[in-house]
Write a protein that binds this ligand. Structure first.
Ligand code: AMP
Length: 466
């Protein structure tokens, strides 16, 4: 008999051990099986059991992803395979929601609807997964891989479900209107004024364009928390140093617009530096400096960069006066410094930090990744691997930041073609060294941050250690 191949979707989650390695190994084990092929993995997303606005919650964040597979296995055999992979990777099934090295869920199996109770020697199986529509960490990556797939029980597409989840379906939020595009800074300010005077909350997501799922996740978060969402797209010359990539910075306006539309954005503001309606008014001469937080890490290698960022974000805050503004953990120093700025200058803006979204192999998504040659791209994978190894060593008891930094440096220096600029584990609140070289004595969280050059491309990444 010729086997029938069916497209199925599996959910992965890990919050113990080397989380990146767990997901990678689970994929390897699955792919090695006969009757299973064409594995496509979504972006990796970090999910905090209880997120806070001041940064990641302490302890136990999950790394989540969804895989699309083509399989000749029957649903129960596929479930059995998932359980075997979990067992092979050392998962001990204890508390239902307890920490786990790896969790594999069968989310969808073709169009099948299955309800099998547990029997002796056979686990229960419900497909589609009963909590599929309740979990952002499943719906978002599933919508990335298979937006047009129909949920067999509801008859609606996964994209529709994801939008409904974010509350951005027409009619689900008050008076939703088509997306607007504005090029003139004062006009954008007028739009924002009208939103606020209507008593609506406003979220701002400042970007430099070439949008990817990392940006989309910030927009999605804003969408869930604010009545109106504005995205600014402005390649800000003031934050590029001489010899940096300002002139070749990627620009993908058509894709950016499509992404914004799909994410339910209300306004895209296309910033222009000068001229009438420009971000910088004629005769501009003000600079904003967040003194201490801009000194270490990237501050040492990109003089003037954070002054450029702080200045333009102050202008954007002044134009939009948003209730909330969204920045990524990937650029942790930037996000922290802007949190400080928002407080110091009494802007009234709540700065929210969203988790880093990663490529399937762990590399933090970045508009600059497209500069990488295939060989550089391959080498760049060492960066997240080194960080996740250090994260795991910390979880296993290594308490000295200096040792973890050295681990990362040693690992990255073994990778030909990578030039490390820094690997530092610092107090997350102040970006100062951890007292007494003991992570356990840190007042706040500790962040382990790396910058490295792969060829000419500068890459940064970080993980939260505690
Ligand atoms: P950029 O367009 O690179 O200036 O980034 C705009 C915003 O998106 C910043 O707040 C970044 O930190 C954030 N961002 C960029 N890459 C990612 C990522 N991989 N995950 C989450 N946020 C990101």
């Amino acid at each position: 008999m010729i086997a029938r191949w069916v497209t199925a979707y599996l959910g992965f989650g890990s919050n113990l051990g080397n989380r990146l390695e767990m997901i990678r190994r689970a994929c390897d084990l699955l792919e090695r099986r006969e009757g299973l092929r064409a594995l496509r993995l979504s972006a990796l997303r970090e999910t905090r059991p209880q997120g806070t606005e001041e940064g990641p919650a302490l302890g136990g964040p999950y790394l989540n992803a969804v895989a699309e597979v083509s399989t000749a296995l029957e649903p129960l055999a596929l479930l059995q395979l998932c359980l075997e992979v979990e067992a092979a990777l050392g998962r001990v099934r204890a508390a239902p929601n307890g920490p786990r090295k790896i969790d594999l869920d069968l989310l969808l199996y073709g169009e099948a609807v299955i309800e099998l109770p547990a029997r002796e020697g056979r686990p229960a199986l419900t497909v589609p997964h009963p909590r599929l529509l309740e979990r952002a960490f499943v719906l978002e990556p599933l919508a990335e891989l298979a937006p047009d797939r129909i949920h067999p029980l509801t008859g609606r597409t996964i994209r529709q479900h994801w939008r409904a989840f974010q509350g951005k379906e027409p009619g689900t939020r008050s008076g939703s209107v088509p997306m607007k595009e504005i090029h003139d800074a004062r006009e954008a300010a007028g739009w924002a004024d009208r939103v606020r005077s209507a008593g609506l909350s406003l979220g701002l997501v400042p970007t430099m364009g070439a949008l990817h799922p990392g940006h989309h996740s910030l927009i999605g978060r804003a969408r869930g928390e604010c009545d109106r969402v504005a995205v600014s797209i402005f390649v800000n010359p003031a934050q590029f140093g001489p010899g940096e990539d300002l002139s070749r910075y990627p620009r993908t306006p058509a894709q950016d617009l499509q992404g914004c539309r799909e994410q339910g954005v209300d306004l895209v503001f296309w910033g222009e530096a000068g001229g009438e309606g420009g971000v910088y008014p004629e005769g501009f001469q003000t600079g904003v400096e967040v003194e201490k937080l801009s000194r270490p890490l990237c501050g040492e290698f990109r003089p003037g960069h954070f002054r450029g960022v702080a200045t333009v974000v102050s202008i954007l805050f002044g134009l939009f006066k948003p209730h909330r503004a969204y920045f990524g953990q990937k650029d942790f120093q930037q996000a922290r410094l802007l949190q400080r700025l928002a407080r110091d200058l009494a802007t009234g803006v709540r700065v929210v930090i969203g988790p880093t979204v990663r490529e399937a192999d762990g590399l933090a998504m970045s508009s600059r990744n497209r500069y990488l040659s295939p060989e550089e791209r391959e080498r760049a994978r060492a960066i997240p691997r080194a960080l996740f190894e250090a994260e795991e060593a910390c979880r296993l008891g290594e308490d000295r930041p200096s040792v973890l930094e050295q681990m990362v440096l040693d690992r990255l220096r073994r990778e030909p073609g990578l030039v490390v600029q820094y690997a530092r584990a610092l107090e997350a609140a102040t970006l100062e060294p951890v007292p007494g070289d003991r992570i356990s004595s840190a007042r706040d969280g500790v962040v382990l941050a790396v910058a490295a050059l792969a060829g000419k491309t500068r890459l940064i990444d970080n993980v939260w250690l505690r």
